[in-house]
Design a binder for this molecule. Sequence first.
Ligand SMILES: [Zn+2]
Length: 174
Amino acid sequence: MSTGLRDDFFMGLALDAARAAGEAGEVPVGAVLVDEASGAVLATAGNAPIASADPTAHAEVLVLRAATRAAGNYRLRPGLTVFVTLEPCAMCAGALSLARVSRLVWGADDPKGGGVRHGARVFDQPTCHWRPTLGGGVRDTEAAALLRDFFRRRRPRRTREENLSENVTGFTGK
Ligand SMILES: [Zn+2]
C-alpha cells in the first residue's frame, strides 16, 4: 500500500473514533497509534475530557497513555505513528514529543486551537527536543465536517455566555 493510501486508511480509523466521541457528547476528535511496518493498531481513542472529568484527556494523550502503559515504558519504541483527526493542541504536541513518536499525521488544521502549524508551534521551538516527521491534511474535509456538524447541532441549546466564551476561546474547545 502506498503511504497516501495507508494514511487514508488509518485516518479512517481515527475518524471512526472521532464520530464515536461526538456521539458521546465529546468534541469529535479521534486518534490511533500505529506500527506502520506491521500495520498493527496499538491504541485507539476519542476525546474524553467530559466523561473522565479530565482536561488532559485529549485523544492523542489517551493513545499515548495506553501504548506506553502497555509497553511499560514512558517512551514509545521507534517506528510508531499517531494519526489524529485534528491538528494537535500545544499540550498534545508537547506530549507527543516527550513520548518520542516517530511520525504525526493529522486531518484538519486548527487555526484557533492548534499548536503545530498554529499558535505555539511546539515542534519549531528550541525548547522542543524531539520533532516527529509531520504530515497534515489527510482526509481533512471529513474531519472538519464532523466538527462543524457537531458545533452546529450544539449551538441552539447553548446560552449566550457559552457562545461568547466560544468566540473567545475558539472553534475546537476540545
Ligand atoms: Zn490536545
